[in-house]
Write a protein that binds this ligand. Structure first.
Ligand code: ATP
Length: 370
């Protein structure tokens, strides 16, 4: 993977970039490096500044301070149409009166490319996006997914160095969105162009991206691979934002090179973790553990139990491949455990109001600052 080479120069670099709208700071002193051929996702909740960051790269917004580089070039003062990037909008912005092939050819004609070259490039784009049979149709004669592919073909026709995708799949239904995510990945692989996608959908970011930048309130919270972000979130915010998680407030009671002992704040059970925390004995921290890392069986849990918490089943959600059990502890805390529905015959099925215990391994969770 190219970004694992520390000697490689970043392809896109935001250097101490700030963007203010009046008194409001949408992006705060943000620095980020993206490498050539990466599929990179900017992920965050509504209003976190991800679109503003992308628009500054495209040239539709000007940073209040800081610099943006693309392929070694400082982009300051370069208008959008002269930048080696292209942006695909959520609305697709297709010309309704033009056929699919004319929509794709539009930018190339404006650039005064020779007719034979345009024809060849359009044919290549139609093949890439599997639109050959729709070349003569107008946008209103296409499905939403096909229109999305036309927009993609048009944005790629000019062979940009970077393709910017602003919530590109937001208008598609779930199944089509998932299919299109895999198509996007295949196209990126085929063209070897750097893709930068803005999304608020964490599953989408996890599916398509090589690396993800999680943003909150105009700042980067964590930049890492999907697996690192899921397995080793660096903060309570990221643990909570990405995937499902149990967040247990706890106090550090013992520390060693082999791990950390915690006492859960509300239920009093003990946690033995292999994580070595920077927090001091006595500090309050959060212990984050994913529901699928917890085992659930019938049983009780006594005082001084380690990595074991009892409760009664409060809710079970059957989701097909997995079920999620919600259990309430004596202190009325809700814990969630997921189990795979592998067998249709369950010998000792867990059901509503059953007394259960949740247990987990010492390597299963992450200790995060309070
Ligand atoms: P969403 O997913 O809802 O689009 P986002 O993370 O992409 O959210 P941005 O569009 O980057 O968020 O906006 C960040 C903040 O900056 C928001 O609070 C927004 O209201 C504000 N903002 C964006 N553009 C402008 C503008 N032109 N003038 C004033 N405020 C703006």
């Amino acid at each position: 993977m190219p970004w694992e080479d520390p000697d490689q120069a970043p392809f896109i670099e935001f250097r101490n970039v700030t963007k203010k709208f009046g008194d409001f700071t949408a992006v705060k002193n943000l620095s980020l490096k993206i490498y050539k051929r990466e599929f990179f996702a900017l992920l965050g909740g509504s209003g976190c500044g991800k679109t503003t960051l992308m628009r500054m790269l495209a040239g539709f917004e000007t940073p209040t301070s800081g610099q943006i580089f693309l392929d070694g070039q400082d982009l300051a003062g370069i208008p959008p149409f002269k930048r080696p990037s292209n942006m695909m909008f959520q609305s697709y912005a297709l010309f309704p009166h033009m056929s699919v092939e004319k929509n794709i050819a539009f930018g190339l004609k404006q650039d005064k490319m020779a007719a034979a070259d345009i024809e060849a490039r359009v044919a290549e784009m139609l093949r890439l996006t599997k639109l050959e049979q729709f070349a003569k149709r107008k946008p209103h004669q296409l499905s939403g997914g096909q229109r999305q592919r036309v927009a993609l073909a048009r944005s790629l026709a000019k062979q940009p160095k970077v393709l910017l995708l602003d919530e590109p799949l937001g208008a598609l239904d779930r199944k089509l969105r998932e299919e299109t995510q895999f198509e996007l990945m295949a196209i990126q692989e085929d063209l070897k162009v750097t893709f930068l996608i803005v999304t608020h959908d964490q599953e989408e970011a996890m599916t398509v991206a090589d690396r993800i930048a999680v943003m909150d309130k105009g700042e980067l919270v964590q930049v890492a691979t999907p697996a690192e972000i899921y397995e080793s979130p660096n903060s309570k915010f990221v643990a909570d934002f990405i995937g499902d998680v149990n967040l247990i407030e706890a106090k550090v009671t013992e520390k060693s090179d082999a791990g950390t002992r915690l006492t859960a704040a509300h239920d009093g059970f003990l946690i033995d973790s292999d994580q070595v925390t920077e927090a001091a004995v006595g500090d309050t921290v959060w212990f984050a553990i994913r529901p699928e890392k917890i085992r659930v069986t019938h049983g009780q849990s006594g005082p001084d139990a380690v990595n074991r918490i009892g409760g009664s089943v409060w809710d079970i959600a059957y989701l097909g491949g997995v079920s999620i059990i919600h259990s309430k502890t004596a202190a009325e805390n809700v814990f969630r455990a997921t189990f795979a529905n592998i067998s249709r015959i369950v010998e000792d099925p867990i059901t509503w109001d059953d007394q259960v215990v949740f247990t987990f391994d010492r390597s299963a969770g992450v200790i995060l600052a309070g």
